[in-house]
Design a protein around this ligand. Structure first.
Ligand SMILES: C[S@@+](CC[C@H](N)C(=O)[O-])C[C@H]1O[C@@H](n2cnc3c(N)ncnc32)[C@H](O)[C@@H]1O
Length: 216
């Protein structure tokens, strides 16, 4: 009897600990707020419509948004590529991806798919993606050159990579610490070392640089 009670107690404790760990991970993943990159005032400096238009997306294209979080950009890509295209929202954060999947259903964005990435693998389809986009997310990738090299396998012929990221200095918006920002030259050199050439650097974002590159 005492043995059964002990087993039951251990089971209850194990399940409770697992639930606490899951809750803690969810809290950590989105900082407890899956929509923290969705603030209204962001539009004023992020200029999302300008960014999307500078990317020159066409109907039917496949666009991957790496580190999409709640899909601030993925949702716009979904609209820009139309029903025959696909927007792939890629993140490690299952809480943000869950929020985005529900939002996409609510908005009828049937061509938006969420993909749960691994730290070193975005799980993109091979040879199919016309644009791979990073906004304020490349600093999270540790082996950047290797990662960018591997991304070439996912690109369709003529495919591009685009990176939007904060200037590495104190700014009124974005992350406070400089360690969450990559300087333009670090990104430029990583692209070069991974075998890309810069094709365009659109100007006009107040706090961020913008690099569009293609494989050599
Ligand atoms: C600062 S947020 C940027 C969110 C989004 N790009 C935007 O502009 O609103 C960075 C995101 O990158 C995600 N992330 C971190 N490491 C990642 C990885 N290895 N692969 C995919 N996403 C990653 C984080 O979970 C987080 O959602």
């Amino acid at each position: 009897m005492a043995f059964c009670k002990t087993i039951r107690l251990i089971t209850v404790l194990t399940v409770s600990l697992a639930m606490m760990a899951t809750a803690a991970r969810a809290q950590h993943q989105s900082g407890g707020n899956p929509t923290r990159y969705e603030s209204k005032d962001r539009d004023q400096w992020q200029l999302p419509e300008k960014v999307v238009s500078l990317l020159e997306l066409k109907e039917g294209m496949v666009v991957a948004d790496i580190g999409s979080s709640s899909g601030y950009f993925s949702r716009r890509f979904s609209v820009a590529v139309g029903n025959s295209g696909r927007a792939l929202a890629v993140d490690l954060d299952t809480v943000a991806l869950g929020w985005l999947a529900a939002k996409a259903r609510e908005l009828g964005l049937d061509n938006l798919e969420t993909i749960r990435a691994e730290a070193d693998d975005p799980h993109l389809p091979a040879g199919k993606v016309d644009l791979i986009f990073f906004c304020n997310s490349l600093h999270h990738i540790s082996n950047r050159v290797e990662y960018l090299q591997k991304l070439k396998e996912s690109l369709a012929p003529g495919g591009r990579v685009a990176i939007v990221d904060f200037f590495k200095k104190k700014l009124p918006v974005g992350p406070k610490g400089l360690d969450h920002k990559l300087s333009w030259s670090v990104v430029y050199n990583a692209l070069r070392d991974a075998g890309y050439r810069t094709v365009r650097e659109p100007q006009g974002l107040p706090y961020q640089y913008f690099i569009i590159a293609r494989p050599n």
